[in-house]
Ligand binder design. Structure first.
Ligand SMILES: NC(=O)c1ccc[n+]([C@@H]2O[C@H](COP(=O)([O-])OP(=O)(O)OC[C@H]3O[C@@H](n4cnc5c(N)ncnc54)[C@H](OP(=O)(O)O)[C@@H]3O)[C@@H](O)[C@H]2O)c1
Length: 248
């Protein structure tokens, strides 16, 4: 896919992987729009990258999303929707809070992606070359039991991506449906995790290369080894992801 002059909307582009990706997309000559909930974080991103557009939007709120859609459409629309916003919580399934945490993770990580995809699909359908990028995770395939409801939300998103790709394949040949599968990445979200982490820069570079090379699945670093290990040695893979010390 040719990236120059394309416009990308990055959900949750105000920190972590999304924020890091901005400069890589700008370097390719793209127009970048980001959204997030925290106005201060959006302002900081704008001061770092003055050419981007920022939109205050909670993707779990239908009215926010509808307003964002109107703003994006009135400023020329987009070619690529990069579903990056996500939340993760370390939690215990025996606590009563499990349902509250699971609801928030499912709404942010899964249902919001479904809503945004339906809303922007007619726009992407009109473009010569367009793409949806969905950020799942290595734990979509192999749950990390200390982030159980997050793992389940990413498994749901992975399953959705497979069906969306299948359904769009004949209808809209111009739209690529891409799954981005990072392992643990060094961001604010994982600061209490002690396992090995890849940099957000590595993820951003892989996303750009994946888009340029028309990849439908972008495994970052060891995420690919884990998916093979899981396929052939699932118990061993589960015990590697879930060792005795639960904070990984
Ligand atoms: N870090 C990892 O190890 C890792 C591994 C695999 C996959 N991932 C996935 O990669 C993506 C980015 O993760 P990250 O580590 O970069 O996280 P991060 O640093 O915590 O950034 C998350 C971004 O999402 C935004 N966000 C969260 N909830 C939102 C909502 N309801 N509406 C709009 N924006 C929202 C945040 O901004 P506001 O808080 O201001 O809204 C922030 O900009 C996520 O989908 C995550 O699940 C991360």
């Amino acid at each position: 896919m040719q990236l120059k002059d394309k416009t990308i909307l990055i959900t949750g582009g105000s920190s972590g992987i999304g924020l890091e990706s901005i400069k890589h997309f700008l370097t390719e000559g793209m127009k970048v729009i980001i959204c997030g909930r925290d106005g201060l974080k959006l302002q900081l991103a704008k001061s770092k990258f003055p050419s981007i557009a920022t939109i205050s939007c909670d993707i779990t709120k239908e009215e926010d999303v509808s307003l964002m859609h109107q703003l994006v459409m009135s400023s020329g629309g987009i070619d690529i929707l990069y579903h990056n916003a996500g939340v993760v919580s370390v939690n215990s399934l025996v606590e009563k809070t499990a349902i509250t945490i699971a609801t928030n993770e499912m709404e942010t990580n899964y249902l919001s992606a479904v809503r945004l995809t339906s809303l922007f699909l007619p726009e992407l359908a009109k473009r010569k070359e367009a793409a949806f990028v969905f950020t799942t995770s290595a734990v979509a395939y192999l749950p990390a039991a200390f982030i159980p409801t997050y793992s389940a939300s990413k498994a749901a998103l992975h399953s959705y991506v497979l069906s969306l790709r299948y359904q769009l394949r004949e209808l809209y040949k111009n739209i690529s449906v891409i799954e981005l599968i990072p392992p643990t990445v060094d961001t604010e979200a994982t600061k209490i995790f002690t396992s090995a982490k890849v940099s957000a820069e590595r993820v951003a570079k892989d996303v750009v290369n994946g888009l340029k090379n028309n990849r439908s699945t972008i495994h970052v670093s060891i995420a690919k080894s884990f998916s093979y290990l899981h396929r052939f040695f699932s118990s061993l893979a589960f015990s590697i992801v879930n060792p005795k010390n639960p904070i990984r």
